[in-house]
Design a protein around this ligand. Structure first.
Ligand code: G16
Length: 615
């Protein structure tokens, strides 16, 4: 089902400075790059531009591990939702989350050091810092503390050679490298989080390898489904939710979710559980181009169903009533379905945030009716549909915080503000974080409810809540774990996607991209709802929004909204528009695109306006 990682032991004597300089020199900075930048989720460029960064980041990852006294860190080779020719890396810190913001700066300095000699100066500074933090190693200045780097890669054709560069460089530093081969991004983050067991809450069983990853998730999911037997409300799998069709974006997620399918088949055969859906995976690697006209990014941004590249027989007899799309490295998921009239409906990250946060709050209230013991909340970004934010505040009655785009920001905000922090970006990237107060609450409830009847509602809630920290991947968004969590909640509530979709209606939106010569000319405020420069841009956008509010007569209701921001993963400026009508959203987006083109150095021919109701 899963292969064991390869463990490589690094040089016991670190290589000399001359050898290190030669290794760096062998992979020079391409002339096409003036400065590498660390984007929304790490370095991301066309693959041929990356060897220089990958060698240096192999060294960097070893130093990061050393600076943490030998705690294990990770490097994932992937460009996630980007097209096949791109690649990149995401660096996992020892807690399994994204690289610490302060160290991002060191990574950028090392990636951009103009000569090997200057790179060596930075390496020396970081080594001294690591030694200074861990004085035990100071007796032998040539020897850094223990260093362990986990490496994983997606299915792109250039990922293996790029992974090898990271591995060679980390080994040269004397690090131990654990090479996991092809894995999803959240799996790599999971391995790192579980490898540093002392950072893991005791309620979560420590499982550092691939089979452990599947086991922990599959067993907690099945156990969560089993609680449906107890409360007499849910535990129903409606006809439409019996088969779950997964669009794997022609990437790693398709391969990995297929392992779950086999585990489910085995569980079903053993008769040890019930209610598991039949998983049907489509869009395997090689069946179509990665992320092209399929996958979460395409489905969510275009609001269109994915193209299914898998051979037709696989789809025969399957309904499109219950579908998900992953992205290229399986850290995002969105749900969608075709109704009986053949109309496409999208359930994005906002809908997931609503479903998950309302479920958790409901279960918590069964134990703590006043809802005082644990502070719950949701973190969204500017991309959150206005209707979802209103629903969360007014119906779910939860706290909402808006953070900057990127899992590193929303994750930090959830951690900072809440004891149970649900974060989901509209694009389907998200998870739930459980803080120490939540674990204390569970322990106290456990003691209080011991000996009470099993089917007492508070007891059922306790069982459910206790399973969640192991089912969700708390290191980062995880398409597989999020998919199982959503499925379990729908099952426990006896819902299908239509019931879930009808909780609220999304405001019509339109998203687009514009190419400019230098996207850094656009800067934004902290949560990216307004452009700070160029000044004329925000003024013009505001006038467009005001005019649309008058046109739609939305003075008292939800107001049209539009913002623009430079992408942190692609060479483009992103546009988001939301209004009370689709034509309003299309017209706002079209105007914003033209403003960017004119005021921010658009390249190529002027953007084409959206024609309303084209879908
Ligand atoms: C990455 C981040 C996401 C973020 C997205 C935005 O996604 O992990 O948290 O929402 O970038 O990208 P941009 O800055 O281009 O709008 P992924 O899935 O590509 O790693």
């Amino acid at each position: 089902m899963s292969s064991a990682p390869k463990i490589h032991r690094g040089n016991s004597v670190p290589i000399s400075n001359d050898q290190l300089a030669a290794l760096i020199d062998a992979h020079p900075k391409p002339s096409a790059i003036s400065n590498y930048s660390y984007g929304t989720a790490g370095f991301r460029y066309e693959a041929s531009l990356l060897p220089c960064v990958f060698v240096r980041m192999g060294i960097f990852a070893a130093l990061r591990s050393a600076s943490l006294g030998g705690e294990e860190v990770g490097v994932m080779i992937t460009a996630s939702h980007n097209p096949e020719p791109d690649n990149g890396m995401k660096i996992a810190d020892s807690n399994g989350g994204m690289l610490d913001a302060a160290w991002e700066k060191h990574a950028v300095s090392l990636a951009n050091a103009p000569t090997p000699k200057q790179a060596l100066v930075l390496i020396d500074t970081l080594s001294k810092y690591a030694l200074g933090r861990h004085p035990l190693a100071q007796g032998n200045p040539a020897k850094l503390p223990k260093m362990v780097v986990h490496v994983g890669r997606d299915t792109r054709s250039h990922s293996p050679p790029l992974a090898n560069l990271v591995i060679r460089a980390a080994l040269a530093m004397g690090a131990t490298v654990i090479d996991h081969g092809e894995v999803s991004t959240p799996m790599l983050h999971h391995f790192v989080m579980h490898a540093n067991g002392h950072l893991l809450p005791s309620i979560i069983p420590q499982r550092c390898n691939e089979s452990g990853y599947y086991e922990i998730m599959a067993l907690s999911y099945a156990a969560l489904l089993r609680t449906g037997k107890l409360d007499g409300v849910g535990g129903k799998r409606l006809a439409h939710t019996k088969e779950l069709v997964i669009d794997g974006a022609c990437g790693i997620g398709a391969l990995k979710i297929d392992t779950f399918r086999k585990i489910f088949d085995k569980l079903n055969a053993e008769g040890c559980t019930y209610g598991l859906p039949v998983l049907c995976t489509m869009n395997f690697p090689g069946e179509g181009p990665l992320n092209e006209n399929c996958g979460a990014e395409y489905v969510q941004k275009q609001q269109l169903p994915p193209k299914l590249y898998s051979p037709e027989p696989k789809m025969l007899g399957l309904s499109k009533g219950y579908m998900t799309s992953f992205d290229g490295d399986a850290d995002r998921v969105v749900f969608h379905f075709e109704d009986t009239q053949g109309k496409f409906h999208l359930l994005d990250g906002d809908k997931i945030a609503v479903l998950v946060s309302s479920f958790i709050q409901e279960e918590l209230r069964c134990i703590d009716p006043n809802g005082q013991a644990v502070k719950c909340g949701v973190v969204q970004t500017a991309y959150a549909n206005g209707s979802s934010t209103l629903y969360l505040k007014n119906v779910v009655k939860t706290n909402v915080v808006i953070a900057k785009t990127g899992v590193k920001f929303v994750h930090a905000a959830a951690h900072h503000h809440f004891d149970v922090g649900v974060y989901f970006e509209a694009n389907g990237h998200g998870t739930v974080l459980f803080g120490p107060k939540f674990y204390d609450f569970i322990a106290a409830a456990d003691a209080r409810l011991r000996g009470t009847p099993r089917n007492n509602r508070a007891n059922i809630a306790l069982r459910r809540l206790r399973l969640l920290p192991a089912l969700v991947n708390q290191s980062v968004g995880d398409a597989m774990s999020d998919m199982l969590l959503v499925d379990a909640i729908l099952f426990l509530r006896g819902w299908d996607l239509n019931t879930w979709a009808q909780l609220y209606s999304d405001m019509p939106t339109r998203q687009a991209k514009v190419k400019v010569a230098d996207r850094t000319v656009i800067t934004t405020n902290d949560n990216e709802t307004a452009a700070v420069s160029p000044v004329a841009l925000q003024k013009a956008l505001q006038s467009a929004m005001d005019a649309m509010a008058v046109e739609e007569n939305s003075v008292d209701g939800p107001k049209p909204r539009c913002f623009v921001r430079p992408s942190g993963t692609e060479d483009a400026v992103r546009v988001y528009a939301e209004a009370n009508t689709q034509s309003g959203a299309d017209s706002l987006a079209s105007e914003a695109m033209m403003l960017i083109y004119k005021l921010c150095g658009g390249v190529g021919s002027p953007p084409q306006p959206f024609i309303s109701n084209r879908l």
